[in-house]
Ligand binder design. Structure first.
Ligand SMILES: [Zn+2]
Ligand SMILES: [Zn+2]
Length: 269
């Protein structure tokens, strides 16, 4: 596997971390994806899965984090992330401002009283927060484009491109709200699509308006945009390994190159 074009799923659970014997294969850590691309190390969100990044970032001095939105399942990993307690390391967080909240304020909200005992001064690494104010930014040689998603409070999809390869990360989003054509155009012909597929097709009708998609909705997006591979993430916390295994088999038979993401799974672009 070429190390400069590598994607690792560190956490694929949505809403809240879960643990126990029923959650071993797909993992209980909330959403976090590690991307090695164009010489850069980039994390997509910073859920509790970031704590699985240890050996993968041991030799990395500087990395970037793209925050889709400040819901707690996407941020809960960073206050106890060992990387931020190491002198000489640097982490740059990027986020689209949400209302009055800059990127920094979105993160500070979690590390402030009464929710947390210490603030950013506890970190030994150099932590930088940058607002995304343009339609696209460069992280080194990687082009990062973003798109607003249908989700309570808003969220951003990201498209990362380098050397003719691209991946799209679209969690959290509800694809029923006129979102499919826009997100399909944004994701056109990507190599890897990581898409919110939180709910079974049976459960989704009970959760309309909650800001998440069903398995079929996410798979339909993958087909519509021509993604070479579609991986569903942000699994509902109550879905066990057995339940997700059955769904994964059905999905593979109905939609070629579409699967449910598992914690620790790797992809080479
Ligand atoms: Zn979420
Ligand atoms: Zn959310």
């Amino acid at each position: 596997m070429k190390d400069n074009l590598r994607v690792v799923l560190l956490g694929v659970r949505g809403s809240i971390p879960v643990s126990g014997a029923d959650f071993v294969k797909y993992g209980g850590s909330t959403i976090c994806v590690l991307v090695h691309m164009g010489g850069e190390t980039i994390l997509l969100d910073c859920g509790s899965g970031v704590l699985q990044s240890g050996s993968l970032t041991a030799d990395v001095q500087h990395l970037s984090i793209l925050l889709s939105h400040p819901h707690v399942d996407h941020l809960i990993g960073f206050p106890m992330w060992p990387f931020l307690y190491e002198k000489g390391k640097q982490a740059t967080f990027y986020a689209v401002p949400r209302g009055e909240l800059s990127a920094r304020k979105q993160m500070e909200a979690l590390m402030s009283p009464p929710l947390w005992p210490v603030g950013f001064e506890a970190f030994h690494a150099n932590l930088i927060c940058k607002d995304i104010l343009e339609p696209s930014i460069q992280i080194g040689s990687v082009l990062v484009e973003h798109l607003d998603l249908a989700h309570p409070g808003g969220a951003s999809a990201f498209r990362l491109s380098y050397g003719g390869h691209s991946l799209v990360y679209a969690s959290d989003c509800e694809l029923s709200q006129g979102q499919l054509p826009r997100l399909s155009a944004f994701s056109k012909d990507c190599d890897l699509l990581l898409c919110d597929g939180q709910y079974s097709d049976e459960e989704y009708p009970l959760r309309v308006g909650w800001g998440h998609s069903s398995w079929s909705m996410a798979a339909t997006l993958g087909k519509a945009c021509g993604a070479k591979r579609t991986v569903l993430v942000h699994h509902a916390p109550q879905y066990t390994d057995n339940f997700l295994d059955k769904a994964d088999q059905q999905l593979r038979s109905r939609y070629p190159n579409c699967t449910l993401g598992r914690c620790g799974e790797e992809f080479a672009l």
